[in-house]
Design a protein around this ligand. Structure first.
Ligand SMILES: [Zn+2]
Ligand SMILES: [Zn+2]
Length: 167
């Protein structure tokens, strides 16, 4: 069975990959390899064991992604972000281009599309990637507030700077 094979492979994970997976599971959101490495260094400062270097983190993330324990997400810049997932599951994200925050979507919206593709093209989809880019609610509200206040707001920043200079 495919599942038991995956579990077996998971059991034989190298030490570094285990640590990377554990750290990624604790992260509040998806992280780049660099950020994850930094985060691991910070947490390891409290204990005596050494944190893995960036190369180990990269290699481990590659392995974990291949095993389906981690999902790699392209967010529009050069660095991929990674997140721990349950075996066989995947997720999609809404990524704000203004503040870079991301929202994990609860459901996969593509299963019905895959059915249509199979029916119309005879093409059986085995995997897919989908990230949606735009503006989050907070940034949309902030932008409209700024736009509304544009004509009435005085140049507050200049006044504040002068006040600071007097000290
Ligand atoms: Zn935003
Ligand atoms: Zn999906």
């Amino acid at each position: 069975m495919l599942e038991s094979k995956l579990v077996g492979t998971r059991k034989n994970l190298p030490k570094g990959a285990k640590a990377v997976l554990a750290a990624l599971k604790q992260a509040p959101e998806m992280l780049s390899a660099r950020d994850l490495c930094f985060r691991m260094k910070l947490t390891k400062l409290a204990s005596d064991s050494a944190a893995p270097g960036l190369t180990t983190v990269y290699r481990s993330l590659e392995l974990l992604t291949r095993l389906g324990l981690v999902q790699a997400v392209s967010v529009g810049d050069a660095e991929k972000r990674y997140e721990a997932i349950e075996e066989g599951e995947h997720s999609h994200h809404l990524i704000c281009k203004v503040c870079n925050s991301n929202i994990k979507m609860k459901d996969c919206l593509l299963s019905s599309i895959e059915e249509i593709i199979l029916r119309e093209h005879g093409f059986s989809v085995s995997e897919h990637l989908l990230e949606l880019f735009g503006t989050c609610r907070t940034c949309t509200v902030a932008a409209s507030t700024i736009a509304a206040n544009k004509d009435t707001a005085p140049a507050k920043t200049i006044k504040l700077e002068r006040k600071g200079d007097l000290k």
